[in-house]
Design a protein around this ligand. Sequence first.
Ligand code: G3P
Ligand code: CA
Length: 316
Amino acid sequence: MKPCYFVSWVCLGVLMTSGWAAGADPVVIAHRGASGYLPEHTLEAYALAYGMGADFIEPDLVLTKDGHFIALHDIHLQSTTDVETRYPERHRDDGEWYAADFTLEEVRQLRAHERLKNRFPEEKSAFHVPTLEEVIELVQGLNETTGRNVGIYPELKEPSWHAKQGMPMEEKLLAVLNAYGYTGPESAIFVQCFEPDTLKKLRNELKCALPLIQLISSHKIQASMVTQEGIKEIAAYADGIGPDKSLVEKNPQLVTWAHENQLKVHPYTVRADSLPGGFATVDAEFDALFRECGVDGLFTDFPDLAIAYLKGAGKR
Ligand code: G3P
Ligand code: CA
């Protein structure tokens, strides 16, 4: 059975109880900024996403050697910067250049570039790796100048790896967020992580009241979360789930289970230049996720297209 038919039939099966998410209009999360147009995790990509009307801006976060959060998808630097040419000797024995081995001042010397092919050309213009504080100040500054209330959606990357390096992330993240006024459940923020222990530590040990999102990958190891029981367990420490979109498209009932447990559902990642089999257009995929499956929001590299879709559907 082709994926499109599979999705449509399964979605049809839950349409009686699903459809558009109840309550607020679904949110658009700019995945790594407007990364379909400008290099991921740069201030330029975040600013463009803001201008396109995104509701949340997503920085992934890792730590530098001197303890600064920087916006980077990987614990390694080489996929999206010129670290290999600028610091050729600074890799570990495994051949990787770790952000945790570089000071912020050193990271500031790097030029950032897009990771995916056929997007913003490498070695054009000049982009840099921003700190979390710079991302927040950009978004909050724009909120002041526009009167909007766009949020941030930070992801802690590999906190257990950081802890093993003697660099726990959780307290440090809360300190930065609190300093910028993100303190309670109504703050314009979601904190996301793949590692349940980090979310449990934030909620139970550090008494973090900020909305927390349990990311769920499509890898087997996290599959146990995608059951009715698994979803109930997540509801004990988180406020929503961020599943790989394929999990929702294959099993839209996941959305119903989540909503029964008062969990929001924000799948990742819709990419207009990389549509899954069965979707002829990006609007068809938006339609399946937003309208048929009833998700509360989604991550996309193309926030302008998601906003345009929602406007066309009367949800903006
Ligand atoms: O945070 C949602 C999504 O970005 C998780 O996957 O690998 O793109 O960070 P990744
Ligand atoms: Ca992410």
